[in-house]
Design a protein. Structure first.
Ligand code: SF4
Ligand code: SF4
Ligand code: SF4
Ligand code: SF4
Ligand code: FES
Lengths: 181, 791
């Protein structure tokens, strides 16, 4: 039997593959698997109540739960002049370090106010370490119609309990005016 | 289990032991021991809220229920004293006890809000912990919880959340039994029961922060720490308070290199487990206005410089100059020791003084012979055990608040009588039930001489304060009386570093450890400890701070090294400024100060959290501490001085590290017996109206900067006179009074009070009443007054 030289055998493989359908992903130009499944653990989000006040109370329970020590929170007191969340306390500094986060979602389970949830956003690469520490401003949920950006007062006559039980449905004109100033 | 010396545990006495059985284990304890204490000794933990070893038992919370054989119902172990043969079963061995505790916990939680995520106590909360260890897994309560308005201020610093209170009465008992400021009370009954203060009267107490610390839930919180951190964020370090000579041990909690709160440390020999609000809340100065790089003056402007450049610059300015060292009263022992050595060896001078305050040569003589190098003298325990304590020129609550607590403890036990010789009455004296001998400043020595009849055959102690330096003959009279009646003397300075400065020899006639400049033998011992030849220790008499300032003004001093002194602390601050202006000034500072504008070189040193060291409290007790910020690269004063000394061509036996200075100092030993003080007679009594005063604990002191909540709890700033003085000078109570010296005036609201005759009392450094700055006189000086009209 005539021995086919190694070199030609190797080129044979190359030649055959020229007729196969390529499976290269053209990411990020084309996103075949996008969006991911709804339950996918992506970037976190800090949610708002329907009137735009923040849900986070700066309690640090998420930071406490985090096995990777990826979250840093500093709480602060709401005042009548500057209110970010219903109740006494809000999260003044909120950072998640995506170089540490393992996307386990334990923080989400720990959050007592449902302030913290995860989006499906998975594109969390960057070229600088500092950029991968997301600040509160990067994590806050976008303002939906009917919301006014905090700080502003609570809906008149409502307590933090009413917020928690979902009785607030949108910003009042007074809140919108306060937020505008 | 360690039992606190201060606890409500009786002292053991072998004849009085009884045997009881707890959970089947026999224990021999002194008669009168509480069941809960005996269980602690066995390592059995009974859940509790209201029980506190330093407070009297009240059995308010019922959490500590145990089963006791022969008693029909579970009993609170925190209030049951053991008797011979008593059989106690805790939750560990008794179903009755354990279900009783579960029941109590369920009741406690009925009205307890679900606040854990917002509550400061979360993570270090006895209620959380004991609900887990001794509570039911779930609640059967379906009603609505009681509601109160959320946090309300009981004073500017402390907030009360009544929903969270478990009515344990720890705070109210503390206020009543320990602090003696009983305006905190339990009000109402049943589910409405709450802690409260009268509407028009906040909880005014210099010790209010302790209630936050002992509250077993998050009902009491402090404005300064509210919402700042969680226990797991914090690195806790043992530390020592830098504010006064009480020497409290503290716990400093920091997060990412920032101090966030301080708590009283547990030291049964010193502060027991309390501290004052200044020590607890005034710590922002550690982080404020910090100087971060060396500065040198070039073309009249300070500019940043590198360390080598600044050290060289300082050394050149000091080389072969007539120099002096003004060291201030805030140094650690090691730093003070380094200044003492630097002055003698590197600058070749005895011109060194730490007394940036009223001082006298009589005081210096007293310090030299009765304080310097004497080691541990009169202690807190001695105060408690004494029959009579005399305080002279020293208001314990304002000037060393832990002494006040210890004295009050003994006064409450009815074992101690306090006599005070001072210019005015005060809340502190009243709380001590003091026999107050109102004395016009300057007349102290006569009043002191009269003490003999009070102290004869008594176990007595005389505490003298730094204010006595302004009264001629007072130290002499004190020493004479003490010798006659066998009383012991304790010197209580106001600042935390003054005792260390005396011990380190920061006085013109003193070397470290009570060694004297003029004793050849002492010079030799010190020289060998330093590793220098004895010729390096100058024998020429040195100058005091007052003399240094006046010599510098006259051009007889060329260079001054200062250690964080504030020129505004002294009456002659104008001359002080002129002196600094004329000389080459090397200033070792950690934050911007009044000296900086005159400094030619500013060398930044570490704040007290950034280095190890030792404070010496008024007792002479060494209060050694480690750096809180372990990773800090900041230098100590001692290291900076060492670098300058090397540049000047001097080396020592050691490397000026904290530990080597400490052992170098201790190698000198303590002086064996007091020296003989040169007793001076009192000068003739001043006629006319004179100034009296003291510093409020909370005032404009620079270490209290940046603490708005704390400042808001300071006492009212008023001038005080007796009604006779008011009448004689046409002053009207409730109006303003204008107090004038030759150089300035102070206008304050007037209060008629118990004040010595021909005396007007002012707070020395409070808002609107800075005596040194505005009047530029010392206490005891003559003033004139006039009515300043209605407020
Ligand atoms: S997802 Fe997991 S790792 Fe990431 S921040 Fe939350 S708890 Fe931490
Ligand atoms: S996100 Fe949730 S758990 Fe985290 S601090 Fe805010 S409220 Fe607390
Ligand atoms: S406020 Fe705290 S210390 Fe005071 S009674 Fe209530 S729970 Fe006890
Ligand atoms: S009593 Fe003195 S040492 Fe103690 S905390 Fe207060 S200021 Fe500090
Ligand atoms: S701890 Fe015994 S009743 Fe409160």
């Amino acid at each position: 039997m005539v021995e086919i030289p190694q070199v030609i055998r190797a080129f044979g493989t190359t030649f055959l593959n020229m007729f196969k359908k390529p499976i290269t992903e053209q990411y990020p130009e084309e996103k075949h698997l996008y969006p991911p499944k709804p339950r996918f653990h992506g970037r976190h989000q800090l949610n708002r109540y329907a009137d735009g006040l923040e849900k986070c109370i700066g309690c640090e329970l998420c930071a406490w739960a985090c096995p990777a020590d990826a979250i840093y929170v500093e709480g602060e007191e709401n005042t009548d002049e500057e209110r970010f969340s219903p109740g006494e306390r809000f999260g003044k500094v909120y950072q998640i370090n995506y170089l540490r986060c393992i996307m386990c979602g334990l923080c989400i389970e720990a959050c007592p106010t449902r302030a913290l949830t995860m989006t499906n956003e998975f594109e969390l690469a960057d070229d600088e370490r500092g950029k991968l520490i997301y600040e509160k401003s990067d994590l806050l949920a976008p303002l939906l119609p009917g919301m006014a950006p905090a700080p502003h007062s609570m809906v008149e006559g409502f307590t933090d309990r009413d917020y928690y039980s979902g009785k607030v449905t949108g910003a009042t004109p007074k809140q919108i005016e306060e937020a505008g100033n | 289990m360690t039992i606190l010396a201060n606890s409500n545990q009786p002292k053991s006495n072998d004849n009085d032991l009884i045997t009881a059985v707890i959970d089947g284990i026999a224990v021999r304890v002194p008669k009168g021991t509480l069941a809960i204490r005996a269980a602690e000794m066995l390592g059995i933990e009974i859940p509790r809220f209201c029980d506190h070893p330093a407070l009297s038992p009240v059995a308010a919370c019922r959490m500590c229920l145990v089963e006791i054989e022969g008693m029909p119902k579970p009993q609170p172990s925190c209030a049951i004293t053991l008797t011979e043969g008593m059989q106690v079963k805790t939750q560990n061995s008794s179903q009755v006890a354990s279900s009783a505790q579960e029941g109590v916990m369920e009741f406690l939680l009925l009205n307890h809000p679900l606040d854990c995520p917002t509550c400061d106590k979360g993570g270090e909360c006895p209620l959380q912990n004991q609900a887990m260890s001794n509570g039911r897994a779930d609640s059967r309560f379906e009603g609505t919880k009681r509601n109160f308005q959320k946090a309300i201020n009981i004073n500017a610093q402390v907030l009360l959340d009544r929903e969270r209170c478990v009515s344990c009465a720890r705070c109210t008992r503390f206020a009543d039994e320990i602090a003696g400021d009983p305006s905190l009370e339990l009000l109402e009954r049943g589910a409405k029961q709450q802690v409260g203060v009268a509407d028009d009267q906040p909880f005014e107490s210099y010790y209010s922060g302790n209630t936050v610390q002992i509250c077993p839930v998050g009902a009491l919180t402090s404005a300064a720490y509210r919402f700042r951190a969680r226990p797991f964020d914090l690195v806790s370090s043992e530390s020592v308070c830098e504010h006064c000579a009480s020497g409290c041990s503290l716990r400093t909690d920091s997060r990412r290199g920032k101090v966030l709160r301080r708590l009283a440390g547990d030291d049964s020999e010193v502060n027991e487990e309390w501290n004052c609000d200044k020590g607890r809340f005034a710590f922002r100065h550690l982080m404020q206005d910090r100087i971060t790089t060396p500065l040198v003056r070039e073309h009249g402007e300070l500019r940043p410089a590198s360390w080598p450049e600044a050290i060289r610059y300082a050394a050149e300015g000091l080389r072969n100059q007539r120099a002096a060292v003004l060291a201030g009263g805030r140094l650690t022992l090691e730093d003070a020791y380094a200044y003492s050595r630097f002055a003698r060896v590197a600058l070749g001078t005895n011109n060194v003084d730490f007394r940036n305050r009223t001082a006298s040569s009589e005081e210096q003589d007293f310090l030299t012979n009765h304080v310097a190098g004497t080691g541990l003298g009169v202690t807190y325990q001695d105060l408690e055990d004494a029959q009579v304590v005399v305080v002279i020129g020293f208001e314990p609550e304002e000037e060393s608040p832990i002494i006040m607590l210890r004295l009050r403890k003994a006064v409450r036990n009815k074992t101690l009588k306090v006599i005070a010789i001072d210019s005015a009455n005060s809340l502190g004296f009243k709380k001590l039930n003091a026999d107050l001998r109102l004395t016009k400043p300057g007349n102290e020595s006569a009043a002191i001489s009269e003490l003999i009849k009070d102290l004869q055959d008594q176990n007595s102690i005389i505490l003298v304060g730094e204010r006595l330096a302004s009264s001629h003959g007072a130290f002499s009279a004190t020493v004479a009386v003490a010798e006659k009646v066998g009383a012991r003397i304790g010197w209580v300075p106001r600042r935390a570093g003054e005792r260390a400065a005396v011990d380190a020899g920061l006085l013109p006639n003193l070397l470290p450890a009570g060694r004297k400049v003029f004793e050849p033998r002492d010079r030799e011992v010190v020289a060998s400890a330093w590793g220098v030849s004895v010729e390096h220790i100058p024998t020429k008499p040195g100058l005091t701070q007052l003399e240094i300032i006046s010599s510098a003004v006259q051009g007889e001093i060329d260079a001054i090294v200062t250690a964080g002194v504030d020129i505004n602390d002294v009456a002659n601050h104008a001359a002080f400024a002129a002196a600094l202006n004329k000389t080459f000034v090397v200033s070792l500072e950690n934050r911007a100060s009044s000296v900086i504008e005159f400094a030619d070189v500013v060398l930044p040193v570490g704040a007290i959290t950034e280095r190890a060291g030792t404070f010496v409290d008024w007792e002479g007790r060494l209060r050694t501490f480690d750096a809180v910020m372990q990773e800090s690269l900041a230098l100590t004063d001692a290291r900076v001085l060492h670098l300058i000394a090397i540049e000047l061509g001097h080396t020592f036996k050691d490397d000026a590290k904290v530990t080597s200075l400490r052992s170098s100092y201790s190698s000198l030993g303590a002086v064996s017996k007091p020296g003989t003080m040169n007793l001076v007679a009192a000068s003739t009594t001043k006629t006319g109206l004179v100034l009296a005063g003291w510093h409020h604990l909370l005032d404009n002191g620079s270490l209290q900067a940046g603490e708005p909540h704390l400042a808001a709890t300071a006492r009212a700033v008023v001038a005080k006179v007796s009604s006779e003085t008011a009448q004689a000078n046409g002053l009207i109570s409730g109006n303003r009074v204008i107090v004038r010296s030759k150089l300035g005036a102070i206008t304050l609201p007037l209060e008629i009070s118990e004040v010595a005759p021909e005396t007007i009392w002012l707070p020395l450094n409070s808002e609107g009443s800075s005596v040194a700055m505005q009047l530029q006189i010392d206490i005891g000086a003559e003033v004139s007054v006039s009515d300043g009209g209605a407020i």
